[in-house]
Design a protein around this ligand. Structure first.
Ligand SMILES: NC(=O)c1ccc[n+]([C@@H]2O[C@H](COP(=O)([O-])OP(=O)(O)OC[C@H]3O[C@@H](n4cnc5c(N)ncnc54)[C@H](OP(=O)(O)O)[C@@H]3O)[C@@H](O)[C@H]2O)c1
Length: 268
């Protein structure tokens, strides 16, 4: 038995988008092992090189790609190229963007709304579909979409982010019904707050915060178990049940009173 199939997971080729980010880099490192091809996508060249080096040192064959996912058609062509070259057993669509409307402005920036819709929803849905077609031809495959608990709520300060994740969740549920019978397993990961540059930009509380390491461990377990949906940490699973009991007027009042802002950068 070789190193790749030693744990019962025959994942010879794994593509991760957002491999330069907090969760994606952690996943890349944990999936890196001899006998496996890791196709790593990111925008930031320096971080991409760093993660690629680390994964190579752990014995994986690494194929990095610097790419902007707001260019959906170029991303689709790149996916097809990588899938044709390496095959694809697991695709993790982890790249994502968040944005929060300034408290003193009534709307988000329209260009940012467009970028979020492309990077968080349109491009991942497109790439998942193209990958599923290839996986169906090879007879098997796993696809992972990373949503957010923000997709459960109509966040007035982040309409673009929360709706992009809600749309992604709806896509995942529908696609799962269609694809599972063809042996393509889709897993929707729904994280709460994870301690990465994305959440470090937030001004306000980050309840039930988990580390990127813990997030990656839980995501890999959900993929291994073939779960259709996985919400973490557990407190958000409880909240999901409790909030269904709230009358609508109370839900709206709570959402309207959430005061969340954001810093320019994670550090500052
Ligand atoms: N952190 C949280 O609290 C949290 C909670 C719920 C859901 N999530 C979701 O988890 C996923 C990973 O987020 P994270 O926490 O790891 O955030 P992160 O550290 O900010 O990483 C985001 C990743 O997305 C990539 N990305 C952003 N815009 C891109 C674009 N236009 N083209 C290509 N790649 C792009 C970034 O690439 P570059 O850095 O190279 O630009 C980076 O690799 C996201 O989908 C996010 O929505 C995060």
């Amino acid at each position: 038995m070789n190193n790749v199939s030693a744990n019962g997971q025959d994942l010879r080729s794994v593509l991760i988008t957002g491999a330069t980010g907090g969760i994606g880099a952690e996943l890349a490192k944990r999936y890196a092992r001899p006998g496996r091809v890791l196709i790593l996508w990111g925008r930031n060249k320096e971080r991409l090189d760093d993660v690629a080096k680390l994964c190579c040192a752990r014995g994986a064959e690494v194929s990095p790609r610097q790419i902007d996912l707001s260019k959906g058609e170029a991303a689709l062509a790149a996916l097809r190229e990588d899938q044709a070259r390496h095959g694809l057993d697991l695709l993790i669509l982890g790249a994502g963007l968040s944005d929060i409307k300034p408290l003193d402005q009534p709307t988000e920036d329209p260009e940012s709304v467009l970028r979020l819709a492309l990077v968080n929803y349109a491009t991942p849905a497109t790439l998942a579909t193209a990958a599923a077609q290839g996986m169906m031809r090879q007879g098997h495959g796993k696809i992972v979409l990373i949503g957010s608990v923000a997709g459960f709520y109509e966040l007035p300060f982040a309409a673009a982010y929360s709706s992009s994740k809600a749309g992604l969740a709806c896509f995942a549920q529908a696609a799962n019904l269609a694809w599972r019978p063809a042996n393509v397993q889709l897993t929707l990961i729904i994280p709460g707050f994870v301690d990465t540059p994305m959440s470090q930009r937030l001004e306000g509380a980050r309840p039930f915060l988990v580390s990127a390491e813990s997030a990656a461990r839980q995501i890999m377990k959900a993929i291994r178990n073939g779960q259709a949906e996985y919400i973490f940490p557990w407190q958000f699973r409880v909240l999901r049940v409790v909030e269904r009991l709230l009358p609508l007027f109370l839900r709206k009042r709570i959402l309207m009173n959430l005061g969340v802002g954001q810093k320019e950068h994670a550090g500052g």
